[in-house]
Structures are given as structure tokens and as C-alpha cells.
Design a protein around this ligand. Sequence first.
Ligand SMILES: [Zn+2]
Length: 131
Amino acid sequence: MSQCSGTTADGKPCGVRCLVGQPWCFNHAPDDEVAAQRDEARREGGRARGIQLTRAAAVTDFEEPEWWPLKGTGEVRGAFAWTARGLARGTIDARTANAMAAALRGLLDAIKDNEADSRLRSLEAALGGRK
Ligand SMILES: [Zn+2]
């Protein structure tokens, strides 16, 4: 298993493992068949990115769902369900779903902290009033 004899854009040796029976890696092989596969791989990469961007745009255009504007735990639960449904249907990509879940978890923690603070304040007020 030798290393590719090509060079990188900044002039350093490529160093990637060679294709079987060739002195080049997948990126440097000069023959037409490999070049065609390489072009196809690039096109596929571009297509996948295009789909990601289209889906991201679809999520930004969403009609305001019943759980918006996420004021309480019930609405956050609704948003979790909406995200899971979108992921299952393929209208939300995994990256967006992960980001949504992380944001929703943070929001849920903040809501719970706020509720705990309110309960504590009303307890303190009740105890203070009995002096
Ligand atoms: Zn190479």
C-alpha cells in the first residue's frame, strides 16, 4: 500500500493511499474512468447540499404552528412532537432536528427554572406574611 505520487494545491506530497495497481489516489488518478467517478461524486455532493439548503428554507417558511410562540411546557412538548413528525416524514433534516431538540431542551430548562423561582417566591411571601 503505497502513497499517492500527486501533490496537493499547496505543493505538498498528497500522501493518500493509492488505488489498487496505480501510483495515484482517487483524487489524482488521471484516467478517464476514475475522473468520471470523481466528477459524479462531486455532483452528488453538490446535490446533497442543495437538498439540505432547500429543506432548511422549507423550515424557515413554515406556517406558524399551534405551539408557537413556545411560552409554556405544553407548547415545547408540541414543538418536540412537530420536530419528530417532520423528521419521520422527511420534511426536516437530521441536522435541523438536532438543533431544534437542543434549543427546545434549553428552553424547557429555562421554563422549569422560572416556574421553580415563582413557587419559591410565593412560598417566601406566604411565610413572610405569617410573622
Ligand atoms: Zn493523491
